[in-house]
Write a protein that binds this ligand. Sequence first.
Ligand code: SF4
Length: 97
Amino acid sequence: MTSIGDKPLRVDDLLQRNVWDVDHRPHITVDTEKCRLCEAKPCITTCPAGCYILAGNKVVFSYEGCLECGACRLICPYNAVKWSYPLSGKGVQYRFS
Ligand code: SF4
């Protein structure tokens, strides 16, 4: 387990170590018209980065903090997520220490 001294690190602590070189071109786009049809909206609870939030009853998406896990593309029951990797060298850069 990773720790600082005798205090174990939480996942949130580890994620805060990452850095992003954000691609100006969104690597994920969401068809929010399809989101209107979706009652469960599993993207909101699945995304580990909190890129999907609910504003009223509307899904709002931002790609800048994406961890590139691909879960949102797989979990969407309406195939509303168009997903690709950011340009080479862009996106999340994981820091493990
Ligand atoms: S790829 Fe993963 S981190 Fe990025 S928006 Fe989708 S679920 Fe969130």
